[in-house]
Design a protein around this ligand. Structure first.
Ligand SMILES: Cc1cc2nc3c(=O)[nH]c(=O)nc-3n(C[C@H](O)[C@H](O)[C@H](O)COP(=O)(O)O)c2cc1C
Length: 308
């Protein structure tokens, strides 16, 4: 699929970004039907054979509308990468999002069936490496992105990547409403990449307790630390406390990907992620309603801009 064909099919320029243990088939199907690009991490299916069921369900329900599968190259994704990639080659999803690690090998195989590869980057160096690897689009993770986050300022990052990359850019980092989408587009990004807002949807796999925290917490409650998953990531303070940990005195990580927490405490499963955009969330509507609000607000933001 060509990127221009993808964007032409979207009602609002938005991706419901992949989220570990949160994005499942219902969310991706609802996103595709509402007119945005939905994505789920392959690892959310517990095995490659369950992934096959998921792909069949999503592909069948979306009837040709685009969707994306996320492959985590390094760390937790590594052991399943080969089997999951072989399955993806068989199903040919229109878009594959690669994160954490060098996508070069995956790019060759995904291009082999005509799939579009979008890759997560948090630094200029990673952006250059991803372009060398042949990806079709860059997802710029900036400060405030939920999950494994970035630290770059979005103004600086988008404009500096634009000096050497004229291809597709997706911008991630606390975008929660239509004004944020318009701002991302004004900066030079093609699509807004939104996670936390869709974790707080009816179709997300987040538990009710997780969803309640997404409604009650604000940006003041978001803890940025590498001590829970082993990489810098954002977590909801209330979930750290509920897990019996002190958010202000977490033990230092052992090494990359290896936190130093009691064995029963697992990042994402027992301690929940959300970016500072969480403060804009006041309810848990269905994805279709979130997209309706985004479309309305995006149009209003564009009209304000045009009138200014
Ligand atoms: C709970 C949670 C889990 C995430 N899991 C993944 C993942 O498995 N793979 C991935 O590429 N990104 C993951 N992310 C990052 C999102 O895809 C996206 O970059 C981010 O949510 C965008 O920032 P926002 O939450 O401020 O909108 C996760 C984010 C959250 C909030």
């Amino acid at each position: 699929m060509k990127f221009a064909d993808l964007t032409a099919r979207l009602r609002v320029p938005v991706v419901a970004a992949p989220m570990l243990l949160v994005s499942g088939t219902d969310l991706v199907i609802a996103a595709g039907r509402a007119g945005i690009l939905g994505a789920f991490p392959a690892l959310n299916a517990r095995s490659t054979s369950e992934l096959k069921d998921w792909l069949e369900r999503v592909d069948g329900a979306l009837e040709g509308r685009p969707y994306a599968v996320n492959l985590i190259i390094q760390g937790p994704g590594a052991p399943r990468l080969e089997d999951d990639l072989a399955l993806i080659e068989a199903f040919k999803p229109p878009v594959v999002i690669t994160s954490v690690g060098n996508p070069a090998q995956a790019v060759k195989r995904i291009h082999g069936f005509g799939g579009l590869v979008l890759h997560d980057v948090a630094t200029l160096r990673h952006a250059h490496k991803a372009i060398e690897a042949g990806v079709d689009g860059l997802i710029l993770l900036t400060t405030g992105a939920g999950g494994h986050t970035g630290s770059a300022n979005p103004f600086a990052f988008v404009s500096q990547v634009r000096t050497f990359w004229s291809g597709p850019i997706l911008l991630a980092g606390a975008i929660s409403d239509g004004s944020g989408i318009a701002a991302a587009r004004a900066l030079g990004a093609d699509l807004a990449y939104m996670g936390t807002r869709f974790a707080a949807s009816a179709e997300s796999l987040a538990s009710d307790a997780y969803k309640a925290l997404l409604v009650s917490e604000t940006m003041a409650d978001v803890v940025l630390t590498d001590r829970i998953s082993g990489l810098p990531a954002t977590f909801l303070r209330g979930s750290i406390v509920q897990a019996g940990l002190d958010p202000d005195a977490l033990p230092e990580r052992a090494e990359l990907f290896r936190p130093n927490l009691p064995a029963n405490i697992k990042a994402w499963r027992g301690v929940w992620s959300g970016g500072p955009g969480v403060g804009s969330i006041t309810d848990i509507p269905p994805v279709a309603e979130i997209v309706r609000r985004l479309a309305e607000d995006y149009d209003a933001a564009k009209a304000r801009f045009a009138a200014a």
